[in-house]
Design a protein around this ligand. Structure first.
Ligand SMILES: O=C1O[C@H](COP(=O)(O)O)[C@@H](O)[C@H](O)[C@H]1O
Length: 223
């Protein structure tokens, strides 16, 4: 992995947003369209705020979450809600959201429908991932019920997973789709996550799922 340490979080967020925008612009010039896949959780909000104000032809950009918690958008745990509030606003309001949630009791009820919507947006142009201190990325949690399948080369693009640490059921992009992205960035902050990602590089993917993308990823870190 390529590890980039920044003097502080503000500089990290600014620099990373600029890099993502430059990669999207290049893809738009060459291919006419681009797909940006982003995490939810507590870390990426400031990057979203900056990205949403950048000058980009957002109408030609599809935005897709890495993963979603199976909760309604009215829940503060909804990653889709975070996207709508922090990224798909301002200049980026015209970007096309590719849904990773639809109201239903279980993710399996909507999996086929959501997978069909995702297929035209693949491969991912720019993949921004987060990581938990337990070394999960997207919703690929250590100990998840179908983790081995989700990490395998033959996994479908999107799967429903359950893990004790995850709380609610999850829907997640799987390892082959993540690995296939043209540009891969991992955004982490704090000493605990730095230690976790260094450890992940030494462990098997089943113990440290983030390892499935580490080889070609740039890790962006600030204290
Ligand atoms: O549950 C999730 O956690 C990870 C990490 O979140 P953070 O709050 O520690 O930044 C996130 O990347 C993922 O998208 C989310 O669903």
């Amino acid at each position: 992995m390529n590890f980039k340490a920044y003097p502080d979080r503000d500089l990290l967020m600014l620099d990373l947003a600029d890099q993502i925008a430059a990669e999207l612009r290049r893809a738009l010039e060459v291919h006419g369209r681009a797909t940006l896949s982003v995490p939810g959780g507590t870390t990426p909000g400031p990057v979203f705020d900056i990205l949403s104000g950048l000058d980009l032809d957002w109408g030609r950009v599809s935005v897709l979450l890495n993963d979603e918690r199976w909760v309604d958008e009215s829940s503060p745990r909804s990653n889709t809600r975070l996207l709508r509030e922090r990224l798909l606003t301002g200049r980026a309001a015209g970007a096309q959201l590719v849904p990773l949630y639809a109201p239903a009791p279980q993710p399996e009820d909507k999996l086929a429908e959501l997978a069909e919507g995702i297929a035209p947006a693949l491969p991912i142009t720019v993949l921004l991932l987060g990581m938990g201190a337990d070394m999960h990325t997207a919703s690929l949690f250590p100990g998840a019920d179908r983790l081995a399948e989700a990490l395998s080369d033959t996994a479908p693009a999107v799967m429903a997973l359950r893990a004790e640490a995850a709380g609610e059921p999850r829907i997640t992009l799987t390892a082959p789709v993540l690995r296939d992205a043209m540009h891969i960035h991992i955004l982490i902050t704090g000493a605990e996550k730095r230690a976790a990602i260094e450890r992940a590089a030494t462990l098997p993917e089943e113990e440290a799922p983030v390892r499935c993308v580490l080889k070609n990823a740039t890790v962006h870190w600030a204290e």
